[in-house]
Design a protein around this ligand. Structure first.
Ligand SMILES: [Zn+2]
Length: 70
């Protein structure tokens, strides 16, 4: 993930079968511009993450949670 790409499914050879750029999933927070805080306090708009989920990011998150919360 450090290189900005997400490997969704790994095949047996260790390669990716599906790859999503993290830029498609999250964007820089417009309030703090990735700082994650404003004047020393956690940014309320992004919860201190510095980024906010896009619609596609929310879709993926919902998908993952659906399968994690069995
Ligand atoms: Zn923010």
């Amino acid at each position: 993930m450090d290189d900005g790409w997400w490997c969704i499914t790994e095949n047996r050879k260790g390669g990716c079968q599906m790859v999503i750029a993290t830029d498609d999933l999250e964007v820089a927070c417009p309030e703090c511009e990735r700082a994650g805080e404003i004047e020393g306090s956690p940014c309320p708009a992004c919860g201190g993450k510095g980024v906010i989920l896009t619609a596609q990011g929310n879709t993926l998150l919902d998908f993952i949670q659906k399968h994690l919360n069995k």
